[in-house]
Design a protein around this ligand. Structure first.
Ligand code: FAD
Length: 386
């Protein structure tokens, strides 16, 4: 990918925003189990950071997706995983389909305020009984006059306790599972919606994740994104951006693990010598940095193809898979060299160790990525090469 001066300016803008508005407060917000999402999103919205590749007509910058990836990479300098994940939900998980397939009315009502940072969004796909198996979800949206009446529940919904709207995937007919679903934008204040207390998570502590219940929730059918029955397909497209965001976003956090471990190993002595002088350690850190560069190259390659309008399902799935696996490898290897200090809760590497664990689970687990890659390689039993 070739970066222009505009890319570099965007990098600097994100970096300054993170250094000034977020990083000084991260430790406090991690302890609180939440961050002031409306305030932070408003500041990010004022800088244009929530609509980088969204249409200018609705307040976006109208730039190509390479700029979004540069921002995703730079948001990785936030010293925790929870806040960048929250931002990613807003920019790359609950709004791509709305921006691409939503009516002008819907985009005025929900996309424009999401880009401005006046509304917080969340994405409702997973259910207690349907995470990996998206096609098996049970929430229904039945037609009643001009409305849909929604019943069911969604599990592990990031941002939901503070969200103004949810981009909801629900069954709108009894047809086959891949053609019976629609994406519907549902305002979270609609009567019949309740949100559980936020869930107590292993990592991503500063982001709020909860279960959302729908009991005869009535919304106009015009809140549907695109055609009825096209929801599954639109969600699969939307996943491409979610997965590219996730892979790009992890890169700088992993580099921070390596860099902070190098610093620690320079000042920590064992048997009269700095730890870093052990070849087993400095070779290992060099190997990890090499792997991080490989991930970056894969993310950039996928992004370049995506900007050209190509289908990047395979490359985005590979990038997501690699990001999850490498995240675990780097954080685990680095934590080891901190010894007992690495086992302390507030250690930066131990936070990364807990946070990155989600990358191999959320947004499609590693095994789901492998299934997609196998299908596209033509080696999944019973499937043709696609
Ligand atoms: C912190 C957090 C935030 C989240 N945020 C959101 C959100 O905002 N919106 C949303 O919709 N969802 C969200 N999720 C849900 C997330 O996407 C799901 O947890 C994920 O898709 C896995 O689904 P599951 O938990 O039901 O696992 P299951 O589907 O029960 O799978 C369990 C495990 O089985 C294995 N597995 C599953 N299927 C196969 C297979 N075919 N072959 C081999 N192995 C397999 C995998 O290792 C998988 O991890 C979030 C989850 C967490 C933990």
């Amino acid at each position: 990918m070739i970066f222009t001066q505009e890319h570099e300016e965007l990098r600097r803008t994100v970096r300054n925003f993170v250094d000034k508005e977020i990083n000084p407060h991260v430790d406090e917000w991690e302890k609180d189990g939440r961050f002031p999402i409306h305030e932070i999103f408003k500041k990010a919205g004022d800088l244009g950071l929530l609509g980088i590749s969204k249409p200018e007509k609705f307040g976006g910058m109208g730039l190509d997706y390479s700029y979004s990836i540069v921002a995703a990479e730079e948001f990785g300098t936030i010293r925790c995983g929870g806040i960048p994940m929250s931002i990613g939900v807003q920019t790359d998980m609950c709004t791509p389909a709305l921006a691409r397939f939503g009516s002008d009315e819907l985009r005025e009502q929900f996309l424009a305020p999401a880009i401005a940072g006046d509304m917080v969004g969340c994405i409702g796909v997973s259910e207690v009984g349907a995470g990996s198996d998206v096609a098996g979800l049970k929430t229904t949206a039945r037609k009643d006059g001009d409305d849909y009446v929604i019943n069911g529940s969604k599990m592990w919904i990031t941002n939901s306790p503070s969200a103004d709207f949810i981009c909801l995937l629900a069954n709108t007919s009894d047809d086959k599972p891949h053609v019976n679903k629609s994406l519907i934008v549902v305002p979270m204040k609609t009567p019949g919606i309740t949100v559980s207390p936020h869930l107590d998570k292993l990592g991503m502590r500063s982001s709020e994740t909860a279960q959302v219940f729908f009991d005869n929730v009535r919304v106009p059918q015009r809140y549907r994104i695109g055609h009825e029955g096209a929801g599954f397909m639109m969600q699969m497209l939307q996943f491409q951006e979610e997965r590219l965001f996730g892979a790009a976003n992890i890169i700088k956090g992993l580099e921070y693990c390596v860099d902070s471990t190098i610093d620690y190993c320079k000042q920590r002595h064992t048997f009269g010598n700095p730890l870093i002088d052990n070849q087993a350690i400095h070779f290992r850190l060099a190997e990890l940095q090499t792997e991080i560069e490989c991930l970056r190259a894969l993310v950039y390659q996928a992004t370049e193809q995506y900007v050209k309008g190509r289908d990047v399902t395979k490359l985005a799935s590979m990038a997501k898979l690699k990001a999850g696996r490498l995240g675990r490898e780097v954080s685990d290897a680095c934590l080891q060299y901190w010894g007992g200090m690495g086992f302390m809760w507030d250690n930066p590497v131990s936070r990364a160790y807990r946070d990155v664990r989600l990358v191999s689970i959320g947004g499609g687990a590693d095994e789901i990525m492998l299934g997609i890659i196998c299908k596209l390689m033509g080696i999944l039993p019973g499937k043709k090469k696609g």
